[in-house]
Write a protein that binds this ligand. Structure first.
Ligand SMILES: Cc1cc2nc3c(=O)[nH]c(=O)nc-3n(C[C@H](O)[C@H](O)[C@H](O)COP(=O)(O)OP(=O)(O)OC[C@H]3O[C@@H](n4cnc5c(N)ncnc54)[C@H](O)[C@@H]3O)c2cc1C
Length: 373
């Protein structure tokens, strides 16, 4: 087996989608600490493609990613990468101004319907009467994260690349124009370029390499699932979100899921749901809807990792040759992954810049390193 040109640390959606794109140009090896891909954030998300989060940059990356989800490249997947799920953002009377503002922002990216109380309740009959105003994006997408991860893995392999699972990187050093990484089991890999796509651990990987960290902040988010009231037409329900970051819910495998949209600071870890946020999810569901959460069927938590400006970081570290950052995908890492992978391809393999509305300087990791360490 010949040595790789590029090592990618992290077998989540960021690492795998970048590796798949880069494998068209170079020999790529992905190292994943866990025994399976997508074990951390990428396997625990709400799997939506929507515009009700982030800002102009995140929305531009999302818009640029949509064609990939709707018409994946030939041979990428045998199953659809997702299905249509409308998105409803609702507001009380006192929240109307905030809804107007969001309407104006999202309208630059998607066609929205403005809804009165009747329209809101027609779209989501579970909401309580206080939901008086709404905006609807009929073209939201609910992704199949398994198909997305597997499709990228397949592309990596078609390009001659490799995935090593159970390969937690424990040491990183640069010598003789190459990065050499050593796994906990003692396997060694060397390549001139190292892509740090280690999700919540990306700063920890930088520390191993002696590279200045970005100040990444992992934040825990919780999801619970429970039964819908008898007779609920689940297949008609939208992804339904409060205008403030309080609650979202949507149909999930014959039930409902809900999140209290918690953002609890956490160390990088195998995040577990805490009792308080689980109870908060059930409480807010009952407060905002007529659903009684009698029994929680399942619950999980995952980390959403943000840079200090909540924009992702993609680019070579200014302080370490060949060390490429791909981190800080926050709560939008799945829905922006095709555009981010194309950006990584452009920055490393020199293909044309793929997203008109996003500049290289918007993403460059050096923006955090100009401040004193
Ligand atoms: C509850 C919740 C809801 C969300 N909803 C959405 C949504 O609706 N839409 C959306 O687009 N996004 C959503 N997200 C965000 C999305 O899940 C993340 O942005 C995305 O998964 C980040 O991908 P990643 O590859 O950077 O991280 P990860 O999936 O965590 O991958 C990083 C990988 O690096 C590996 N790693 C770490 N250290 C090492 C090491 N030393 N050696 C080898 N491997 C290492 C880890 O094991 C891990 O597998 C949500 C997240 C959560 C938690």
């Amino acid at each position: 087996m010949s040595a790789p040109d590029i090592i990618v640390i992290g077998g989540g959606i960021a690492g795998l989608s970048a590796a798949a794109a880069l494998s068209k140009h170079a020999k790529v090896t992905v190292l994943e600490a866990e025994e399976q891909i997508g074990f951390h954030s990428s396997g625990r998300s709400a799997t939506m493609v929507h515009y009700a989060l982030g800002d102009r940059l995140v929305r531009a990356l999302t818009l640029a990613s949509r064609p990939f989800f709707e018409a994946p490249p030939e041979g990428f997947t045998d199953v659809p990468l997702g299905h249509r799920m409308p998105v409803l953002v609702h507001a009380r009377e006192d929240e109307r101004e905030a809804l107007d503002k969001l309407d104006a922002e999202i309208s630059q990216f998607a066609a929205l319907d403005r809804l009165d109380a009747a329209g809101v309740h027609d779209m989501c009959p579970l909401l309580r009467d206080a939901a008086l105003h709404g905006i609807a994006d009929r073209n939201g997408i609910r992704l199949d994260p398994h198909a997305l991860l597997q499709g990228n893995l397949k592309q990596l392999r078609i390009g001659g690349g490799e995935l090593h699972t159970g390969a937690r990187v424990a040491a990183v050093e640069r010598a003789g124009g190459a990065w050499t990484v050593t796994s906990e089991k003692g396997e060694r890999f060397s390549a001139p370029t190292l892509v740090n796509a280690a999700g919540s651990w990306a700063d920890a990987v930088a520390q191993l390499a002696g590279v200045r960290t970005l100040g990444l902040e992992p934040k825990r988010r919780t999801i619970i699932t429970f039964d819908a009231p008898p007779g609920t037409e689940l297949e008609r329900l939208p992804f339904t979100k409060t205008i403030g970051d309080e609650l979202y819910f949507a149909p999930e495998s014959g039930r409902l899921f809900a999140s209290p949209m918690d953002e609890v600071p956490s160390d990088p870890c195998d995040a577990q749901p805490e009792e308080y946020e689980v109870a908060l999810a059930a409480f807010r569901m009952e407060e905002r809807t007529t659903v009684e959460v009698r029994q929680i069927h399942s619950k999980w938590a995952g980390l959403r990792t943000f840079t200090p400006d909540r924009h992702p970081a993609a680019g070579f570290a200014p302080d370490a040759k060949g060390f490429f950052w791909l981190a800080g995908q926050g709560g939008f890492g799945l829905q922006t992954s095709p555009a981010m992978a194309a950006i990584v391809e452009s920055l490393i393999a020199g293909t044309p810049w793929p997203v008109d509305d996003v500049e290289e300087s918007d993403l460059e990791p050096g923006r955090f390193l100009r401040q004193p360490a």
